[in-house]
Design a protein around this ligand. Structure first.
Ligand code: ZN
Length: 269
């Protein structure tokens, strides 16, 4: 039976890193996939060439649509809040998502969930992954919106923290890997393996995931340093498939257990 999944994100490109394989797999299996971003990502890092071409937010929304197309999404919506920027470099935007009334944002998302009769909503873990204020707010607003709309399945898109630590310890000293990929920086990021409920095998959709990541070209070429996207896109394809071929979730109200569930629609009638 076809279901509807709404995937809620903070900025264009977040969908590509955390959920792209799951979205591509759901769409390929015949489900309706709707992508929602809170902000157009106007405070993202970008090269001076990209910034000279016009407003970054407009460019990033166009990239989001290309990514959604690569993944087979049926609809893309932007709630239109301002990008708050990082905690140590706030954008100062008056309408910054992290500073707006979460109840109002939740009502708007709930309206969309009702309209779509969504069966599944993906949000982020309470840590907001690595702690971006807009990502933390996605957790809060998404949780509340699902309550208001009565959405059956709420999944926190996350990463197995222990695995991430292992990968970072192995690669952080390699040439070309940015200094901020240090394991210590991510010690409390994402989710402990004991909390996980789902590990979705998306190796067959690694090509679509890579295309979604590549669609966000403005985020792969900042003037200073190399962004996560750029680093991952440089991986040889077989290694990319191994590293990016699984996506992790924590389902609200479901006790963690082994084996981890491979299907985000499991348990739906
Ligand atoms: Zn983000």
């Amino acid at each position: 039976m076809p279901y509807t999944m709404v995937s809620f994100h903070a900025h264009p490109d977040d969908e590509a890193l955390l959920t792209a394989g799951t979205l591509a797999r759901a769409a390929a299996e015949g489900h309706r996939v709707v992508l929602v971003v809170a902000t157009a990502g106007g405070a993202g890092l970008a090269s001076s060439e990209v910034l000279a071409e016009g407003p970054l937010a407009r460019r990033r929304l166009a990239e989001l649509h290309r990514s959604a197309e690569a993944l087979g999404c049926a609809r893309v919506e932007c709630l239109g809040y301002g990008d708050s920027g990082m905690a140590d470099a706030p954008s100062g935007a008056a309408d910054a998502f992290a500073g707006t009334d979460p109840e109002e944002a939740a009502r708007r998302l709930a309206e969309l969930l009702r309209q779509e009769q969504a069966d599944v909503l993906t949000i982020y873990d309470p840590a907001g992954g690595y702690g971006h204020p807009d990502h933390v707010r996605v957790h809060q607003v998404g949780t509340r919106a699902a309550e208001l709309a009565g959405t059956a399945v709420v999944l926190e898109a996350t990463v197995d923290r222990r695995l991430l630590q292992r990968v970072l310890r192995a690669v952080h000293w390699l040439p070309g890997v940015p200094a901020d990929f240090h394991p210590a920086r991510f010690a409390g990021a994402f989710a402990a393996p004991e909390r996980l409920t789902h590990r979705v095998d998306v190796r067959a959709y690694a090509g679509a995931k890579r295309a979604a990541m590549a669609a966000h070209a403005s985020q792969a070429g900042a003037d200073t340093g190399r962004r996560t996207l750029a680093v991952l896109l440089k991986l040889p394809r077989p290694l990319f498939r191994v590293l990016m071929g699984r996506e992790w979730f924590v389902q609200h109200g479901r006790a963690p257990g082994r084996p981890l569930i491979d299907d985000v629609f499991a348990g739906l009638p």
